[in-house]
Every structure is written in C-alpha cells, then in structure tokens.
Design a binder for this molecule. Sequence first.
Ligand code: SAM
Length: 215
Amino acid sequence: MALLDQQIAEYVERFTSPHDPLLAELSEETARELGSTSMLTGPVAGRFLELLVWGAQPRRVLEIGTFSGHSALAMAAALPEGGHIDTCEVDPRRAAFAQRYFDRSPHGSKITLHLGPALETIERLEGTFDFVFIDAEKEGYVGYYEAVLPRLAERGLIFADNTLAGGRVVGGTPPIVAFNEHVAADPRTVQVILSVRDGMTLIRRASSRTPPSWV
Ligand SMILES: C[S@@+](CC[C@H](N)C(=O)[O-])C[C@H]1O[C@@H](n2cnc3c(N)ncnc32)[C@H](O)[C@@H]1O
C-alpha cells in the first residue's frame, strides 16, 4: 500500500528540486543491475536527507545500509567542511556498486564504506555521531538504535527510514512496529514520524540542557 495517492506523489516529485545527474544515473543503473529499486531513498527522500544535513551541519555521519550509495551521496553533497560519512553495507556486490559511484562523485572522498555487519562496524568505529541514518534490515532497527543512542552527540539526530512500512504498521504486524513502540516508550528521546515516502522518523535526545524545557 502506498502512503500517498499516486497523483500527489507525482506532484511532490515534480515540485521538488530534481535529481543531481549522477544520482539519476545511479538510480537507473541500480534498477538495471541490482533491482530492488524500492530500497533507494529516491529523489524526494534523498533531497529531504540532503536538506536535513544542510541544516544540521553534522561533522560525523553514520549510515546503516548503503545499498547502491544514493542516500550517502545525497548527504555528502550537503556536509560542512571537514564533515565525513561512515556507511555500512553487508552485501559485497552492492558495496562495490556504491563505491564505484563514490569514486566518480566530487563528494565521494567524504565517504568511507565499511563492508560487513553494521553492528560490528559500529563497535569498531570510535567517537560520537552527529547524524545517524538507519536504513538496513527492519528486524535490526531496535539493535541499531540501542547501539547508536549512547554514541549520539548531545545535539545529534537519528533518522530512521521506512517507519510506516507502506501503511502496514496500522495492522500492527511488521517488525518496524516493535521499533516504533520501542522509541515512543523511551524517555531518553523525543521523536516525530513523518509521512515522507515510506515514513521517516526523526529522533533527538531528550536532554534537560536543550530547549524546549518541557521534555
Ligand atoms: C534499504 S537498503 C539501503 C538504501 C540506501 N540507504 C539508499 O537510500 O539508497 C538496505 C541495505 O542494508 C543492507 N544491510 C542489511 N543488513 C545489514 C547489516 N546487518 N549490516 C549492514 N548492511 C546491511 C542491505 O544489504 C541493503 O543494501
């Protein structure tokens, strides 16, 4: 089930800044070579990610789930000077595909691709993260959230994709329901689910030092 009426979805895409040519090429080649195009963030969600990164100006970004590299490149274009993305991918074919596009992009040198299970990569990486994009297998979301929350910078953001699971969350069945319930019940964080594309949740720490004062 699509969250948005098809005509509205087309309208949204038409009035969103179009794809960067390299990302358009990447999307076409992804469809031809890898299939699974539903995994791509696409032009609207990709642009949204880019704008979030533009506003938040994170120096350290962690992406969990690279696929063909679309979202990593969208974010890389908006990073501040000295900003860097660590992106995690378990599938060697997808990782090689993404790296090929990173190598072609003027922003590719800001991205380090880590091949292997994301939880192991996160454990190996040092320091805190300013922006985390969770977009790997849905059964792993609670584990990823728990792994990154203690490492989130005080004004950091976690952004999780597909949190409405095509609307199926209302029936209460898919694994993403457990994630949504876990986050909603967590007093350490404040979150909003946005009905962008397949649902995207934005999460921050509920810090007493950060306004507003009622959370
Ligand atoms: C939805 S796709 C990511 C899409 C990408 N962020 C984009 O917008 O173009 C999810 C990816 O996570 C990868 N993945 C699944 N489980 C993983 C794990 N445990 N560690 C790292 N990557 C994983 C899959 O192979 C897949 O390529």
